[in-house]
Write a protein that binds this ligand. Sequence first.
Ligand code: ADP
Ligand code: ZN
Length: 435
Amino acid sequence: MQNYFQREIETAPREKILEIQNEKIVKQVKYVYENVKYYRDLMDEKGVTPDDIKSVDDIKKLPLLSKSDLRECYPYGLLATDLKNCVRIQSTSGTTGKRVVAYYTQHDVDLWEECCARAIVAVGGTNEDVCHVAYGYGLFTGGAGIHGGSHKVGCLTLPMSSGNTDRQIQFMMDLGSTILCCTPSYAAYIGESLKEAGYKPEDNKLKAGIFGAEPWTEEMRKHIEESLGIKAYDIYGLTEISGPGVAFECSEQSGMHINEDHFYVEIIDPDTGEVLPEGSKGELVFTCLDKEAFPLLRYRTRDICVLSREKCPCGRTHVKMTKPMGRSDDMLIIRGVNVFPSQIEEVLLKIGNGITPNYQIIVDRVNNTDTFDIDVELDENMFTDDVKSIEKVEKHIVSELRSVLGIGVKVHLVNPKSISRSEGKAKRVIDNRKL
Ligand code: ADP
Ligand code: ZN
């Protein structure tokens, strides 16, 4: 039986969703135009007025916003209401540069937490669950958003925050956590630590995990599901739009439903900014439809994915996005070839056979040529001092990577535990080139 947090809107017919979006966008654009000088200037420059926006079809007439606009407006340049109406500030993780801040009224917090509640219910969460929140608490939106959603569902909420893995495990086992929420890289680390502590996957009471905030592959999903004995679900979001829960996976585990009653989504060509037809791969762009404090219109996420409107067996009617394969900023250009860390993760975990998801990519430039090295950890059982067998495994990884990436790479198998573990977003790449 399917369960929904807000059945009516989550399963609303397409026409109904469009009707809601059309009604909201007209109001939102007028509100932003009247209250945010920065965006009003951009609209004036483009010769667009709120009267030109009569439905979501007209959204493409509006100017695009990017992270550089947010940095320029730091801290309060995009505030759309009096600061006294705001109750919260959060900030991005700063993965790709200077952090940006976002502010929320109580209405905005409620809307965000409702989206997270939808995600928790979609993985089977009820008031009988113990929701173990191991996303970081603080400025990062991961902890706060899921925490609020968990309360709304009525789960027993365990506000662990990230880190102190021994304590995570102790509480998980003692208190019977049933839903684990954290970054996928931290979930893998918790799985590894449970095993080390002598627990088998069936020893814990976990049934599901809600993992997001960074790219992860299907292979990583399998790895986490096996090590924790759970179903692992993806969740997507970004601080600028609210936080986690902008989109979430349902029982089908085949893409994330975007909460279209709150966020209008477009896919654009990242080079030209042109809107691409449905089903194309491109950059996600979001328009907030009903936010008060930080209502971004046409915000470029840099995240690359594909949208699908195929009917979902779960009954939800909101459009689905594929896992972002990484953001355009994550893409490395090595000797002229585009490389995403997620491609490397996929290859490593597919090979399996003692190869762990702990890897680090090191790029440098020597004599005007890019060097490309990957350190990969073997697990304890597979680790050996036998140089011949190590070389054999390394060669195998090199040839698999070459066939996927199209360029040569040096692979180094390293000692178990030698690559530092992440408690939040994993740092997979060390780029020493001075580009
Ligand atoms: P920062 O941009 O500093 O990392 P945030 O903490 O707000 O700031 O993170 C938002 C970004 O995290 C998204 O734009 C996206 O690149 C990434 N992200 C979030 N969830 C996922 C996910 N499920 N899969 C892949 N990437 C994700
Ligand atoms: Zn679904």
